[in-house]
Design a binder for this molecule. Structure first.
Ligand SMILES: Cc1ncc(COP(=O)(O)O)c(C=O)c1O
Length: 355
């Protein structure tokens, strides 16, 4: 994109950066925000007045539809800095396309891709000091859209706000992740909004995830809502299973989020000649594989944690422990991905996007 052309975005810079007040060695994920944010309103049938201004509160009336009907979608992406100070995004087109796909499903008008990229460039140039170099340091980027029309009638809003906020993050160590295979609750159903990054999908998971936590597990692996026989995905991650040396992951569907990390891992597996099957995976076959020792690894994939190895799963109140893997697939894919993200390796698929 040629940024020397006139941009429609008006920029109001912060008077004094807050960066000196931030302890970058002790960040809590998603709780500190950079100096600037992007804001653009949909009014009278058009996205208008794109603005970058200092991060701060919004003034929204209590009747705004987002508060009543949850008409809201979001994205999650990251900026990475190499040792020469260059800032990169990872496959940002995928996020842009996905937020518009999510919007369409929630009856929200799509956002112009050029403006999305213009906003990202400008924000990241302004706040580039917030992207710290060093493997694991990132600036997490949260684009989102909310319905802002006032009125509690249950109908789509005629006004929206598209925003981008950014939050510095450190390497995200998930530690020992133990998961529960869902039996009583579902995340998504056929014909529903599971494939969209709709805010309500996440709210609906909090209660069953709390129950899992109380039982000593960190995440739920959701099963299909029809029969609860097939393994689908986790709260904010797609899931892979390694049986012997074959990798399995559920196919994307209208119930599953089409993860950027998922599709990148599938490509990296193909590049490395690892057998990969995108197919329905039954709980039964995974339990059998755990029992006969052929289940070697389970790991989640997602922007926040990159790759998160699972150490044990519980099903029908029985716990199955996975064998420890010093040099497993999870470790390989994590380092392959991070090497691309931090400009440390060849980028043969053109996934890096320099700001
Ligand atoms: C439900 C769900 N599944 C999977 C993912 C992983 O997607 P990605 O790799 O694009 O971050 C996410 C996170 O965005 C998610 O929220």
């Amino acid at each position: 994109m040629n940024l020397t052309t006139a941009s429609p975005i008006s920029v109001q810079k912060i008077e004094k950066s807050k960066i000196d007040q931030v302890d970058f060695d002790n960040l809590v994920f998603g709780s500190t925000f950079s100096d600037h944010m992007f804001e653009c309103d949909y009014v009278n049938g058009a996205w208008q007045s794109p603005t970058i201004r200092p991060y701060g509160p919004l003034s929204i009336e209590p009747a705004a539809k987002v508060f009543h009907y949850g008409q809201a979608v979001f994205e999650g992406m990251k900026a990475y800095k190499d040792d020469n100070g260059n800032v990169f995004l990872f496959r940002p087109n995928q996020n842009m396309e996905r937020i518009n796909k999510s919007s369409k499903r929630l009856a929200i008008p799509e956002f112009p891709p050029e403006l999305f990229f213009d906003a990202l460039h400008k924000l990241l140039k302004l706040d580039s000091d917030w992207v710290k170099p060093g493997i694991g340091n990132t600036l997490y980027i949260r684009p989102f859209v909310i319905a802002t029309q006032n009125g509690v009638s249950a109908s789509p809003s005629d006004r929206y706000k598209f925003m981008i906020i950014m939050s510095p993050a450190q390497a995200y160590y998930t530690g020992d992740v133990k998961v529960v295979i869902a039996e009583n609750y579902s995340r998504a159903a056929d014909g529903g909004v599971g494939a969209a990054k709709a805010a309500g999908n996440y709210a609906a998971q909090f209660y069953p995830t709390n129950l899992a936590r109380e039982a000593g597990y960190q995440q739920v692996i959701w099963t299909d809502s029809n029969e609860e026989k097939h393994l689908e995905e986790a709260g904010t991650m797609n899931v892979f299973f390694r049986i012997n040396d074959t990798l399995l992951t559920a196919p994307t569907s209208e119930r599953i989020l089409d993860g950027v990390t998922r599709k990148s891992v599938i490509q990296l597996a193909k590049d490395a000649g690892i057998q990969i099957q995108e197919r329905k995976i039954t709980v039964k076959e995974i339990v059998e594989a755990a029992n006969n020792g052929s289940l070697k690894e389970i790991f989640g994939t997602g922007t926040a944690a990159v790759i998160s190895p699972v150490s044990a799963f519980s099903y029908q109140k029985k716990e199955y422990i996975l064998p420890p893997q010093e040099n497993g697939f999870a470790k390989k894919f994590k380092s392959d991905l991070m090497n691309i993200q931090y400009n440390l390796s060849e980028d043969k698929h053109g996934w890096r996007y320099q700001i």
